[in-house]
Write a protein that binds this ligand. Structure first.
Ligand SMILES: C[S@@+](CC[C@H](N)C(=O)[O-])C[C@H]1O[C@@H](n2cnc3c(N)ncnc32)[C@H](O)[C@@H]1O
Length: 321
């Protein structure tokens, strides 16, 4: 098989990336595992010199310009949100920006990571990716049984890294489940959660995070990582997760932004998480309803395992034995 992944300057040559099936790297051999994962991380971060062609595949909607999103664009979109949500904002005597808790210049910076013209396959930064690799390694090292899943994958970068981690740390049997609507974020009801509904409107600047399944499959394939252990669950979480043919999980990473998306994932998947497995919640610190969904779920199920902070936004906990 001809791989589109080439070796990056400065990193050891990893010619076994071309092989099918992927040769396994013994766990102890961190000299090989981490350089391999470093290449994959550069790839999913959109680095032009990662040695893989990472053109963003999702076609730009006709109305979406290629130019970066500016703070002025964000102010305009916030003013539009003031009009769209006037019926809900009026009685509160607050603006869309106040309810959403956003600052237009930071909002522009964040949105440009998600812009259709960006080559990134993940919006996660190095700290978040370190956490994914480390927890994947621990579950493999400690033989916590079960697959890995990310709910809310966008362009698939984190799930590509998880599949690579299975190779890097010598796992031969786990699957990686890739769950997304591939149609972007669902629209929250403003009557139920005005803040999320405003955020959804603001995310219109990046086409509501729409990605496409064919593009994600292609991104796996370009890294030589598309095989039968990568399992796709396209559709709304409420439709796909409860009946998904997943027996056991060792690691679940929730990145669906909203209250409902987080709650549905916890309800459907936490009972299938092995003792000793990890739940990573990317959006716990976001000004959306994600933290409420997590706190409610943990309270209802008497989960008191401590939450560990990954950065200002993400947290994880380990299911007790
Ligand atoms: C913030 S992005 C995920 C970012 C991604 N984990 C990364 O590494 O860049 C959120 C994703 O969740 C998906 N999503 C959110 N709620 C969903 C739901 N209820 N059903 C299906 N997909 C959902 C969206 O389509 C979007 O791709």
């Amino acid at each position: 098989m001809e791989s589109t992944l080439s070796n990056s300057p400065g990193l050891p040559r990893v010619s076994w990336l071309d092989a099918e099936p992927m040769p396994l790297v013994p766990l102890a051999d961190e000299d090989r595992a981490y350089p391999y994962l470093a290449i994959i991380r550069r790839y999913i971060g959109g680095a032009a010199d990662a040695g893989i062609h990472t053109e963003a595949r999702t076609p730009a909607p006709a109305a979406t310009p290629d130019a970066p999103i500016t703070a002025a664009d964000c102010l305009e979109r916030l003013a539009e949100a003031d009009r769209v949500f006037a019926d809900w904002l009026g009685p509160l005597q607050r603006t869309a920006a106040e309810v959403a808790g956003v600052d237009s210049s930071r909002m522009a910076e964040a949105l440009n990571h998600m812009h259709h013209a960006s080559r990134r396959l993940t919006m996660c930064d190095a700290v978040l990716l370190d956490n994914v690799v480390e927890l994947a390694r621990v579950t493999i090292d400690e033989q916590v049984p079960g697959d890995f899943i990310e709910t809310g994958v966008w362009r698939g970068g984190v799930t590509i890294l998880l599949r690579a981690a299975l190779n890097a740390f010598g796992d031969r049997s786990r699957n990686v489940w890739v769950a997304d609507s591939f149609a972007g974020l669902p629209a929250p009801d403003p009557a139920a959660d005005l803040r999320e509904a405003i955020w959804h409107h603001l995310m219109g600047a990046v086409d509501g995070l729409r990605s496409d399944l064919a593009g994600v499959r292609e991104s796996f394939a370009k890294a030589g990582l598309l095989d039968r252990r990568v399992r796709f669950l396209p559709g709304w979480f409420a439709d796909t997760l409860p009946a998904a043919p997943i027996e056991q999980l060792a690691l679940m990473r929730l990145d669906g932004d909203w209250y409902e998306s987080t709650r549905v994932a916890l309800d459907a998947l936490y009972p299938r998480l092995s003792p000793g497995g990890f739940v990573i919640v990317d959006d716990y610190g976001l000004p959306t309803g994600c933290a409420r969904a997590v706190d409610e779920y943990r309270a209802v199920h008497g989960i008191d395992a401590p939450l560990t902070r990954v950065d200002g936004q993400a947290v994880y906990w380990r299911k007790p034995w």
